[in-house]
Design a protein around this ligand. Structure first.
Ligand SMILES: [Mg+2]
Length: 101
């Protein structure tokens, strides 16, 4: 689990490096989180549809296995990004809306 939390922490820092400190309202954050969830869903779907043969990739069997493994790695990467956005949301909430109370 430590390895996963470390990856989320690294991704959180990347977000700050890219966008600076982000202060959004809850509705804006939910839209940002939903965009990330869409990316998680895309990788899961493409993996699913290639393992059950419902997506024609035009790849031979070895290439298909490589494609599927890549999809799982991308799925994991997107999950880390999703978790990092959720952490960012909590930080923003604590810094803004909850601080005013
Ligand atoms: Mg993403």
């Amino acid at each position: 689990m430590d390895k996963i939390f470390e990856a989320i922490k690294t991704e959180r820092q990347k977000q700050d490096d890219k966008f600076g400190i982000q202060n959004h309202n809850p509705m804006e954050w939910v839209a940002i989180l939903s965009e990330e969830l869409g990316e998680v869903s895309k990788e899961a779907l493409e993996y699913y549809f290639t393992i059950n043969g419902k997506m024609n990739t035009g790849l031979n069997s070895n290439e298909k296995i490589e494609f599927q493994n890549n999809k799982l790695k991308l799925y994991r990467k997107e999950l880390i990004q999703l978790a990092a956005v959720a952490v960012n949301m909590i930080e923003s909430l604590d810094r803004n809306e909850l601080k005013k109370k």
